[in-house]
Ligand binder design. Structure first.
Ligand code: TXA
Ligand code: MG
Length: 316
């Protein structure tokens, strides 16, 4: 395994059915040839991902998406507007996509990521790439190359280093049902943006354990080994050796000196908070902390996606 920015090396490995971690604007993905079953199987194995949990396909442009799926006009308009970008379409698949990609479903998830290196790589290939987040199943998604190395260093052939992921949270996932946009995962493309662009009604279908439509979106997810609790007014911040992930300027006074304190955004910027969240969750584990509190952020715009990840990270 090595880390670098050699696109021809990445291309060669992918053409030989190998695994390459790729940078995207959301999080790093663990990529393989979406048309090769043997390459796809390696992805499930490397992530220790249950075979019932389908993979997102990454394409170089909308035409490439058309080759593998039947995309309703409304969703195509959204893609036209938001691609390349953090929007994933859940749409009926065509023959070219095997059941291994979709875990047996007739729907496939597709997006065109917005990262110059990965777009160049995709353009150089004759196939699209499956790429789930490049973390072990259930752990926090990686937002830089060293996160990938820590988790999957032993099983990935090459890590394409494209720096820190700009957004830091996974893409918004949508489908169309009865002329309604169904939102399956909250992300950087907000409900307001989807509503404004599509002019359709929206419905939230944020999956959890009790709703197996997208079995990957379990309640418990994105969790560090450190036990995380949602911060409440009466949380005991006098404990020693705990972590505290705060948001905004009004940091509680008189914290015990051994409290490890992080701030998602001192100035209350939600986009900054999104890009810090997964790094901070990982740092709790780097510090070997056993307990930590995290403050929810205002539940608007990308804040809804941040709170969704926080809720999954604190879930039992
Ligand atoms: O931003 C992102 O979407 C990142 C970057 C790498 O593109 N990828 C990502 O992939 O987050 P992953 O596998 O960690 O999350 C994809 C989610 C999973 O919860 C999976 O269950 C769901 O999308 N999904 C994928 N294909 C699906 C399908 N055919 N039907 C229903 N859910 C699907
Ligand atoms: Mg994931």
């Amino acid at each position: 395994m090595s880390i670098g920015s050699d696109l021809s090396k990445a291309k060669y490995i992918l053409e030989c059915d190998g695994l390459v971690a790729i940078p995207t604007e959301t999080v790093y993905g663990l990529a393989a040839n979406a048309f090769s079953n043997s390459a796809i199987l390696k992805v499930y194995k490397a992530k220790d991902r249950p075979s019932f949990n389908p993979l997102i396909v990454h394409v170089k442009n909308i035409e490439a998406a058309d080759e593998i799926a039947k995309i309703p006009a409304v969703l195509k308009e959204l893609a036209n507007h938001f691609w390349p970008g953090p929007l994933t379409l859940l749409v009926p698949k065509k023959e070219k996509i095997s059941d291994l990609v979709t875990a047996g479903s007739d729907m496939v998830a597709i997006r065109m990521p917005n990262h110059p290196m990965t777009l160049e790589l995709l353009s150089s290939l004759s196939f699209p790439l499956v790429a789930p987040s490049a973390n072990l199943f259930g752990y926090v998604s990686p937002t830089n190359a060293s996160h990938v190395q820590e988790g999957l260093g032993g099983s990935v052939d090459y890590i394409l280093d494209g720096g820190q992921s700009e957004i830091g949270l996974e893409s918004t996932i949508v489908s169309l049902q009865n002329n309604t946009i169904i939102v399956h995962r909250l992300g950087a493309i907000t409900l307001f943006q989807l509503k404004t662009m599509s002019k359709l009604d929206l419905a939230l279908n944020i999956q959890n354990n009790s709703n197996p439509v997208a079995p990957g979106m379990l309640d418990k997810h994105y969790s560090p080994a450190c036990k995380l609790y949602l911060y409440k007014e009466d949380s005991d911040l006098q404990e020693s050796n705990i972590g505290l992930i705060w948001f905004g300027a009004d940091v509680p006074e008189g914290l015990h000196k051994t409290v490890h304190h992080f701030n998602l955004s001192k100035t209350g910027l939600l986009t900054e908070a999104a890009s810090n969240l997964f790094c901070f969750l990982r740092q709790l584990d780097d510090l070997n902390l056993k307990h930590a509190y995290i403050k929810a952020v205002p539940n608007r715009d990308i804040g809804m996606a941040i709170n969704d990840r926080i809720n999954r990270a604190v879930a039992d």
